[in-house]
Design a protein around this ligand. Structure first.
Ligand code: NOJ
Length: 537
């Protein structure tokens, strides 16, 4: 973005999440790689993206596809080399694009040397870097369960104790209560900051610290019940108050550098809990810069629902803090599949894009959502995700939202010359970047135009937001910044809508879906086509 506001790029910019395995493959092994991301920087810059968040690229046995790190300083050979990563940072920065790494520090891989040492003996100096406990009455220390199935405690026969893992047993949890461990992790963080990384997406923040007394979780009934994990109320293994102390220390490390950012996966189960997520922003200046609220992702399509999500989220974010908006990621079904099925799919997707890019808060785009990529159809035998493998058919797994990027209608959607690691989604002949670049009415060009409008209009980037009315079909709001006022109306229904314009709206339409909404001759009513959106200045 350049200029004096460069250090708050994370407030004003658009951040694009890449799942590196599936973005672009340059070495023909069917798996995307870092040179593939570098090769596509011009595309990202054309789209207007200000920062890229990469799902993990560090050395890993890939049991959870990189969310199990065995060496924080290494780049996994499947993605390329350390030099490739330096080239990516350099080339991204040349184009004014920031690089955000995924930082998985709730747990490591079981192959991380820290864990190998820790499990080697009870007396090992790194024993306490992980969470080791004696059993209770011949069984595990308490009733906690792992998100990915089974107990969260794994017996280690050699040292006759259990270790804790919130996810797979090959993802042992780090002990954030141990000051040496904290310093060691901060050392890894500084290493990447020194190498020029602009920020981190912190994985699994809510799990960072566990109850000091390891009390049993009381029974509960979560959204995915009767999955055993959801039969507990996770009061003792999630969202412990001590997480805030960790984040404050983390922030101090980041603040040693200029313009760096941390966004947290402050996950809460469906229907989302914005108040809980926003707590991790601290007072707005001392913990995370940004926190993900999942309520929009879990919401049903519709103006009333979206209005409620936005209003709850904005109310939860502290005055000095900043919000971000997210509609999809690598763990959730594709937004186009959740909300935009059927004949009007692309129109519905444009209405969503208008919301994501015109409302207040840093927008996060998930790769492929800008062309309306849908969930892939992944058969049981093609499944790779450990979550799906464990819970299928009850949980279909997360592979379907991780299919290869659809670049063209060529072989393997232009993603790779070889058979990709996950099958390409069948609609790639119609839905792909090459076709949408050429089509002025495409979803991709709609995203691009809106991103460009955001850059031109401070009110859209950083202005205040006031929600209007309580209309069940149309979401409208105004944004204001230093004398500039913008009014946005989005019709989330399949019928045309006649919207009386608030008195204060006098300007002209500066952006809209096609066919253009009409303003009545008296200038006081707006005729919005189905799924139409209009932005007034
Ligand atoms: C959240 C990540 O987004 C997900 O992909 C991963 O499996 C878990 N955390 C464990 O790291």
């Amino acid at each position: 973005m350049g200029g004096s506001n460069d250090h708050i790029w994370w407030k004003h910019g658009v951040i694009y999440q890449i799942y590196p395995r599936s973005f672009y493959d340059t070495n023909g092994d069917g798996v995307g790689d870092i040179p593939g991301i570098t090769a596509k920087l011009d595309y990202l810059s054309w789209l207007g993206v200000d920062a890229v968040w990469l799902s993990p690229v560090n050395t890993s046995p890939m049991l959870d596809f990189g969310y199990d790190i065995a060496d924080y300083r290494g780049i996994d050979p499947i993605f390329g080399s350390n030099e490739d990563f330096d080239v990516l940072i350099r080339e991204a920065h040349v184009r004014g694009i920031k690089i955000v790494m995924d930082l998985v520090i709730n747990h490591t891989s079981h192959l991380h040397p820290w864990f190998i040492e820790s499990r080697s003996s009870r007396g090992n100096p790194k024993r306490d870097w992980y969470i080791w406990r004696d059993g209770r009455k011949g069984g595990p220390p308490n009733n906690w369960r792992a998100v990915f199935g089974g107990r969260s405690w794994e017996w280690d026969g050699a040292t006759e104790q259990y270790y804790h893992h919130s996810f797979l047993k090959e993802q042992p949890d780090l002990n954030w209560r141990n000051p040496e461990l904290r310093e060691a992790v901060f050392g890894e963080v500084r290493y990447w900051l020194d190498r020029g990384v602009d920020g981190f997406r912190l994985d699994a923040v809510v799990w960072f610290v566990k109850d000091e007394r390891f009390r049993d979780n009381p029974p509960g009934w979560g959204p995915n019940a009767p999955r055993p994990y959801d039969l507990q109320n996770h009061v003792y293994d999630q969202n412990r108050p001590e997480v805030h102390g960790v984040l404050r220390e983390f922030r101090t490390v980041l603040d040693e550098y200029d313009g760096r950012m941390a966004v947290g996966e402050t996950y809460t189960e469906s229907p989302g809990d914005p108040v809980q997520s926003a707590r991790y922003l601290g007072d707005g200046t001392d913990e995370l810069h940004l926190a993900f609220d999942f309520s929009l992702i879990f919401s049903k399509y519709g103006a009333a629902r979206f209005r409620e999500c936005l209003s709850n989220w904005y109310a939860a974010v502290p005055d000095e803090g900043w919000s971000c908006l997210v509609m999809g990621n690598h763990d959730q079904p594709r937004m186009a599949s959740r909300w935009c099925r059927g004949r009007d799919g692309m129109m519905k997707a444009k209405a969503l894009a208008a919301l994501l890019l015109a409302a207040r808060g840093t927008p996060f785009l998930y790769y492929g959502d800008e062309i309306g990529m849908m969930n892939g159809r992944i058969g049981r035998r093609q499944m790779r995700d450990p979550l799906g493998l464990k819970y299928w058919p009850f949980h279909p797994g997360r592979d379907r939202e991780r299919t290869p990027m659809q670049w063209s209608d060529g072989p393997h959607a232009g993603f790779s010359p070889a058979e990709p690691w996950l099958p390409v989604t069948d609609n790639y002949r119609e839905v792909n970047v090459e076709a949408q670049i050429k089509d002025p009415d495409s979803l991709l060009n709609f995203y691009r135009a809106l991103i460009s409008l955001r850059k031109e209009r401070p009110a859209l980037r950083s202005g205040s937001l006031k929600l209007h009315g309580s209309d069940p079909e149309v979401l409208s709001f105004s944004r204001e910044e230093g004398g500039e006022r913008i009014f946005v109306a989005i019709n989330f229904s399949g019928a045309a809508y006649y919207l009386p314009l608030p008195e204060s709206v006098e300007g002209r339409i500066v952006f809209s879906t096609e066919p253009s909404p009409l303003i009545s001759s008296a200038g006081k009513c707006l005729d919005l086509p189905p799924y139409g959106a209009a932005i007034f200045s």
